[in-house]
Design a protein around this ligand. Structure first.
Ligand code: SF4
Length: 331
């Protein structure tokens, strides 16, 4: 659904860019009364200029609370779309409109509507990593920070469809003991970690703890000393007495881990092949230059039909209400 490419106005050469991008972005922020929200998987430069850095739950909460006129969302499309669902009157900018998500794309709305029709007595719990159309077909949205707790709040006799991430779904089933019908979607980044290489790395670094995101496959999660959302992983390394960690999630989070701890080391978990494919190619489409140009040109912006927006808002609000008292540090 996000087929646009970078607008012509944003195709600038390096010569068009100010020398001090950080200062220019700060100036535009004042001028536009803008807030910059960034996901932990963004480049370090973007994390360093953001007003708020977080995971999906934290970013959704910030988007719901902001009094800025413009939200510059340094993340992927479904995240900026969530901000727009919560803030229909604000201008929501995404530095690169092509910053999609393999997981969100693994759940096409037409196919999901047919799947859902097979289970008329089930309610739908959808991970926030999905399109606005899938949110509009859901009863409750969850994030990796609150999925387990939200499912626990659903009455035991209520059958559940969980979409779109099969790995998070299986993890929630293990943690809650609840059977759920799973949509078979997955994240290309988190499914790419190699259990074999992880075991080898642990042999080379026996002192290191393995920490993993629940979007990883079961064989990887089985090796983990701790499993949690990106925020929970960050909080865990800050409070743990251990000094070394093997990190099985997108390595962008390591920037914050290094900033917020002292004398601790972080080793990215290895992908299957010898590539950088544990980095999310969608998240990495955003750059500081594109962020500056998006603010300068007030484009590309996120737009949504009001019908979809209103239908998608209801399950997000339900999540925000149900997760008010959940301590995300526990993941
Ligand atoms: S890391 Fe996976 S789930 Fe997250 S944005 Fe990238 S493709 Fe989507």
């Amino acid at each position: 659904m996000f087929t646009s490419t970078l607008p012509a106005t944003n195709r600038s050469t390096v010569a068009d860019l100010p020398e001090d991008l950080f200062a220019a972005i700060q100036e535009l922020k004042q001028k536009l009364n803008a807030v910059i929200l960034a996901h932990y998987y963004q480049d370090p430069d973007i994390q360093d200029i953001a007003d708020y850095i977080g995971d999906s739950l934290g970013l959704a909460r910030q988007a719901a609370q902001t009094d800025a006129d413009v939200i510059v969302f340094a993340g992927v499309h479904f995240m900026a779309e969530t901000a727009k669902i919560l803030n229909p009157d604000k201008l929501v900018l995404l530095p690169d409109l092509d910053a999609g998500c393999s997981l969100a794309e693994s759940c096409p709305p037409d196919a999901f509507a047919q799947f859902k029709a097979q289970y008329p007595d089930h309610i739908v719990v959808s991970y926030i990593n999905c399109t606005a159309e899938i949110k509009a077909m859901s009863d409750i949205i969850c994030t990796s920070s609150n999925a387990v707790e939200l499912v626990r709040q659903i009455p035991e006799n209520q059958p559940i469809i969980f979409a779109p991430d099969r790995n998070l779904g299986r993890y929630v089933m293990t943690e809650t003991g609840r059977e759920m019908v799973l949509w078979e979607g997955a994240c290309m980044v988190h499914e790419n970690f190699s259990q074999k290489k992880l075991v080898q790395l642990k042999i080379e670094h026996p002192e290191a703890e393995i920490i993993a995101h629940p979007e990883c496959e079961l064989p990887v999660l089985d090796q983990a000393d701790y499993i949690g959302s990106t925020t929970a992983l960050l909080n865990y390394v800050k409070s743990s007495p251990k000094l070394s960690f093997i990190v099985a999630t997108e390595p962008g989070i390591i920037h914050q881990m290094e900033k917020e701890t002292q004398g601790k080391s972080f080793i990215p978990a290895p992908p299957m092949s010898n590539c950088a494919c544990n980095e999310c190619p969608h998240m990495r489409l955003n750059t500081l230059e594109k962020l500056y140009l998006a603010m300068k040109n007030c484009s590309p912006e996120i737009t949504l039909s009001e019908e979809i927006r209103i239908a998608a808002l209801r399950p997000i609000q339900r999540m925000l209400e149900m997760s008010q008292n959940i301590n995300v540090s526990k993941g």
